[in-house]
Ligand binder design. Structure first.
Ligand SMILES: Cc1cc2nc3c(=O)[nH]c(=O)nc-3n(C[C@H](O)[C@H](O)[C@H](O)COP(=O)(O)OP(=O)(O)OC[C@H]3O[C@@H](n4cnc5c(N)ncnc54)[C@H](O)[C@@H]3O)c2cc1C
Length: 109
């Protein structure tokens, strides 16, 4: 009979956030387990439209604030991951499209 498992971190929830965190923890050398109550990726992650907008979608009315500044480096971070040189290796993933265009209504922009 084995004793209780010893790990550095237990991640609760296997959506994109938990899976991303698990990958980063393991890459950093921590022992980690992920506990999922239903199915991996089966929550909001499955419902996602799959647009890698990094939060820009929520600034579409051009109300740019500190959040926007914090998100400014997101495209480069995702591009690095898709190229296999980022914090999580996504190089085998084939995006459905290279670009997604947004436009704001009722503004000159
Ligand atoms: C309709 C829709 C469209 C979207 N489109 C986009 C998009 O195009 N682009 C974008 O960037 N974002 C989009 N989002 C937002 C994005 O999907 C979410 O921000 C993201 O998926 C959240 O991931 P998460 O891992 O935090 O949560 P989830 O994917 O919901 O994962 C949480 C997990 O935790 C598990 N869990 C909960 N409680 C427990 C517990 N007590 N023990 C164990 N496991 C537990 C759940 O079963 C679930 O699997 C969209 C969201 C929705 C709803």
């Amino acid at each position: 009979m084995s004793g209780p498992a010893q790990v550095d971190v237990a991640v609760i929830g296997g959506g994109i956030a938990g899976l991303w965190l698990l990958a980063r923890l393991q890459k950093a050398g921590y022992s980690a387990v992920l506990l999922e109550a239903e199915a991996l990726g089966g929550g909001q992650t499955l419902a996602s439209q799959g647009i890698v907008h990094g939060g820009l979608k929520y600034a579409i009315n051009l109300t740019l604030g500190s959040d926007s500044e914090a998100l400014a480096d997101m495209p480069a971070r995702w591009r690095a991951c898709l190229d296999g040189r980022g914090e999580v290796d996504l190089h085998g993933l084939k995006p459905a499209a290279e670009r997604h265009l947004f436009w704001a209504r009722r503004t000159l922009a």
